[in-house]
Design a protein around this ligand. Structure first.
Ligand SMILES: [Zn+2]
Length: 291
């Protein structure tokens, strides 16, 4: 084809239209097209129409990215402020300002729901199983406990109190404050305005599987390998014999007190951990878990 035949008519390699001229896509724009708009394989030159369309894609990608960044920033800020909400609530509580305390606690729970992207009332221990997040479960537990006490002030909060009771039961067993909360709940069944809520909490807690109180206290949480090994040993070996079951029952009678002692004297925890790890790794335990 001769130059004369195509003079003044150029075909856009992107859309295939015949156009008067082409515009170059510079390397910077090419990169942003790939990264921000997921547009791969763009020709070096395109027509005016394609160029403006591609530019819009890039700026839309940039806007989306900015929005995502702002959202992430917001989540980070909320996450950092959550501690402040709990502190504030405790101050309100100290001044017997129950309604503001409840609002601050509910805000704290809302922050967790936003950060973990779950619906209202759907926080669960699974989200905090990661060792780095396990400590948060103790905070959540104390928040639900305080809410149970606050909602005990008036019968109109009975529904909220029951919900807090159920959440408390779900979280408390993964925390080292389990024995204290059980003890306090038992005394609340005698003194609370609505003892049913505390009875409900105790019922759910007791029906859940038995806990390794001491190990949980020593490890400040449930999800260490040693604790899991010991629980497995209890369920698979000890419970299969009568004397084993007797031992487990005796253990659950004394262990809440020992766990409490560990929380009162935390310097005993490292030694207890070492001891428990040695037991969990002993030939006796290992051979009975993997016969
Ligand atoms: Zn074009």
């Amino acid at each position: 084809m001769s130059e004369a035949a195509t003079e003044g008519i150029i075909t856009c390699p992107y859309c295939g239209d015949n156009v008067p001229g082409l515009t170059a896509i510079d390397p910077g724009m090419r990169l942003r097209l790939q990264n921000e708009a997921q547009v791969e394989s763009v020709p070096e030159n395109v027509c005016e129409g394609c160029f403006s369309q591609l530019s819009r894609l890039v700026s839309k990608g940039a806007v989306l990215r900015a929005e995502a960044q702002a959202k992430e920033q917001n989540r980070l800020m909320l996450w950092r402020n959550r501690v402040q909400l709990v502190k504030q609530a405790k101050q309100y509580l100290a001044h017997k300002n129950f309604s503001d305390a409840a609002v601050s606690y509910e805000k704290y729970l809302r922050v967790l729901e936003i950060v973990y992207e779950v619906k209202s009332g759907e926080l669960s221990p699974d989200m905090f199983k990661n060792q780095a997040r396990a400590q948060e479960m103790t905070v959540i537990t104390s928040v639900y406990w305080d809410l149970m006490r606050i909602y005990d002030t008036h019968p109109r909060y009975a529904d909220r109190q029951t919900k807090a009771a159920e959440k408390l039961a779900a979280f408390v067993r993964f925390t080292p404050i389990f024995p204290q909360i059980l003890r306090k709940a038992e005394s609340q069944t005698r003194t609370a305005k609505n003892p049913e809520a505390f009875k409900r909490f105790l019922k759910i807690s007791n029906s859940s599987r038995p806990r390794c109180f001491i190990a949980t206290a020593a490890y400040d949480g449930y999800f260490s390998e040693t604790v899991l090994t010991l629980c497995e040993f209890r369920d698979q070996y000890l419970k299969s014999s009568q004397s084993g079951r007797k031992f487990v029952r005796a253990y659950y009678k004394v262990s809440p007190r020992i766990a409490l002692l560990l929380d009162l004297l935390p310097f005993l925890k490292p030694t207890t951990r070492k001891l428990l790890t040695r037991v969990a790794r002993s030939k006796f335990v290992r051979n009975r878990l993997n016969p």
